[in-house]
Design a protein around this ligand. Structure first.
Ligand SMILES: C[S@@+](CC[C@H](N)C(=O)[O-])C[C@H]1O[C@@H](n2cnc3c(N)ncnc32)[C@H](O)[C@@H]1O
Length: 283
């Protein structure tokens, strides 16, 4: 893609640029009264905090799939994973991440999210901000529709993968079989024994575009998301859901809930042992 094409690439059907996406979705980063999502942000940050303070071995190398221009999803992980690769199909989104990493004057301000997480951890937010900036090692092209989403780059399988609101965005008008393949493609980037954390919109039937309803033909429900993870070799360790507010009018979509999933790609032998030891681990 030429630099001119990169500059003019629409971010999505809703926002012209990655910057517009940031300003539309996070006029107030830790908002508790978002029209569609209510107090989802504090809940999401708390889920990530809980996950990454659990006694699990997340390894060293984290891949974020469909990072977009955001870093909130990486704050808690960066306390334990020192090597983070951000990936997205949109070059403008990755440029926003690079600007934030480099501390550019025009970079988006995520300090309230940093402060929220530091408050939970009992750490200093500026040191944690530096820690995340140091941990982001690379920003690379990714297309979840490719069998190897990171092609042409070559990476060893990752220890942990995070993906927030990417798969449903990439597949919203492409149907369930495309979603299923995309989940498989993403999970193929995870090493055996690795962890995946997925955040997803559930129950969307339309997104608003220029005041009109743009239908979502994916119609994600929780069971379908968990089943696809399982078919991609992931054992779901936990799944929590945040119910969005009942509302007459939507601002962006009619999302019904936000699903947070932690899964693990067990080695076959370990998985069978786990099953015989404790069935409760499997949702
Ligand atoms: C709704 S945004 C989510 C961004 C960010 N992770 C967040 O939590 O706000 C969806 C992201 O997925 C990216 N995306 C869309 N299609 C993709 C694809 N086929 N492969 C990889 N990323 C894609 C978009 O460029 C966008 O950054």
């Amino acid at each position: 893609m030429s630099s001119k094409e990169v500059e003019t690439q629409m971010f999505d059907d809703h926002c012209k640029s990655a910057r517009e996406y940031l300003e539309f979705n996070w006029p107030d980063v830790m908002a508790i009264d978002d029209v569609d999502e209510g107090a989802a942000m504090p809940w999401i940050m708390d889920q990530f905090h809980r996950t990454f303070t659990e006694d699990r071995d997340f390894g060293e190398r984290l891949l974020d799939v469909g990072t977009g221009p955001t870093i909130y999803q990486l704050i808690s992980a960066s306390r334990v994973l020192p090597h983070i690769v951000c990936s997205d199909i949109h070059q403008g989104a990755l440029e926003e991440v690079r600007k934030w990493k480099n501390g550019d004057a025009g970079a988006f301000d995520w300090s309230s999210a940093m402060q929220h997480v530091s408050g939970l951890e009992g750490t200093g937010w500026e040191e944690r901000q530096d820690q995340l900036r140091r941990a982001i090692k690379d920003t690379v092209f990714c297309d979840v529709h490719n069998e190897n989403p990171l092609h042409p780059a070559v990476f060893r399988p990752f220890d942990t993968i995070i993906s927030t609101y990417c798969l449903e965005g990439a597949c919203f008008n492409k149907g369930r079989s495309t979603y299923k393949k995309a989940v498989k493609n993403v999970c193929s980037l995870l090493k055996p024994d690795g962890y995946i954390i997925l955040l997803s919109y559930i129950g969307v039937t339309y997104y608003l575009k220029d005041g009109k309803k743009d239908p979502d033909n994916l119609r994600l429900d929780t069971d379908f998301v968990l089943k696809n993870l399982s078919e991609a070799g992931i054992t779901v360790l936990e799944a929590s859901e945040f119910k969005t507010p009942d509302r007459e009018a939507c601002s962006y979509s009619d999302v019904k809930s936000i699903l947070y999933v932690v899964g693990k790609k067990y080695l076959k032998g370990d998985y069978l042992r786990l099953l015989s030891e404790n069935n409760d681990h499997c949702v």
